[in-house]
Design a protein around this ligand. Structure first.
Ligand SMILES: [Zn+2]
Length: 102
């Protein structure tokens, strides 16, 4: 989902529904502050923490911190796996070059 721009918000901070392509048969989780449709509770927690942190409740802020820490762990794991893939690709090409370039 792309992040909405300021043009998609009304003066009250509500997000216009036309800014999102929500399938008719789905029931999105909606942000209680700006009515932005989100697909999971985790995305809702992250959205509230990033866009409405100061107006959110303590419980929502705690949910944001947990979701943020969880996402941070996944990002760290992804970075390690991506780096490993790049190193393997580099040495793979180096090996192919060493074998075929003689
Ligand atoms: Zn919102």
């Amino acid at each position: 989902m792309t992040r909405q721009t300021a043009e998609n918000r009304s003066e009250a901070g509500e997000v216009e529904e036309s800014a999102f392509d929500v399938p008719a048969d789905s029931e999105p989780i909606v942000c209680p502050y700006c009515s932005m449709p989100l697909s999971t509770e985790r995305q809702r927690s992250l959205h509230i923490g990033l866009d409405h942190y100061h107006e959110s409740t303590d419980r929502e802020q705690e949910a944001f911190r947990e979701a943020y820490a969880e996402e941070e762990k996944e990002l760290s794991r992804f970075r390690i796996v991506a780096l490993g893939g790049l190193v393997a690709l580099y040495f793979g090409f180096l090996l192919v070059y060493a074998l075929l370039a003689v």
